[in-house]
Design a binder for this molecule. Structure first.
Ligand SMILES: [Zn+2]
Length: 140
């Protein structure tokens, strides 16, 4: 665990055994893994900045990140328990998929996972957004 410092009165790291002991609403393993890292990052931020509570977490989640917001919220509720992030509101902004066509160099937005260029209908595409999964900001 990469905590800078962790005095005893500061919150503990997320309990990773929470999944096995309270495996009720947090069954989606992909989301659980993602939320585990998210909670660890939030604990690090809280420790660095001497925060005792985080009120809201603004996340950017790409459409290709394969995250189900409801599963994310359910996992977060369990894994954030007893940390400064407990009870924080998760605000999820979905980032659409955008691609760059390597044939005509135009950018297209992809809807319904239909991967083709809007201009030349080519399928040789580089993904330029839609994979992200990041903390945009934290409100305390
Ligand atoms: Zn094109």
């Amino acid at each position: 665990m990469a905590f800078v410092r962790q005095p005893t009165d500061l919150p503990r790291a997320p309990r990773h055994n929470a999944l096995t002991t309270r495996n009720v609403s947090c069954r989606a393993m992909h989301e659980a893994t993602v939320v585990g890292s998210l909670v660890t990052l939030l604990c690090e931020q809280a420790a660095c900045r001497n925060l005792t509570a985080i009120r809201r977490v603004n996340l950017k989640v790409g459409q290709l990140a394969a995250i189900e917001p409801a599963a994310l919220a359910a996992c977060f509720e369990i894994l954030a328990e007893d940390t400064p992030a407990a009870g924080a509101e998760l605000a999820i902004e979905t980032v659409p998929i955008r691609v760059l066509c390597t044939d005509c160099q135009n950018e297209s937005r992809i809807s319904n996972y239909d991967f083709h260029c809007e201009y030349c209908h080519g399928t040789r595409l580089d993904i330029i957004s839609g994979r992200e999964l990041r903390i945009e900001s934290i409100e305390v």
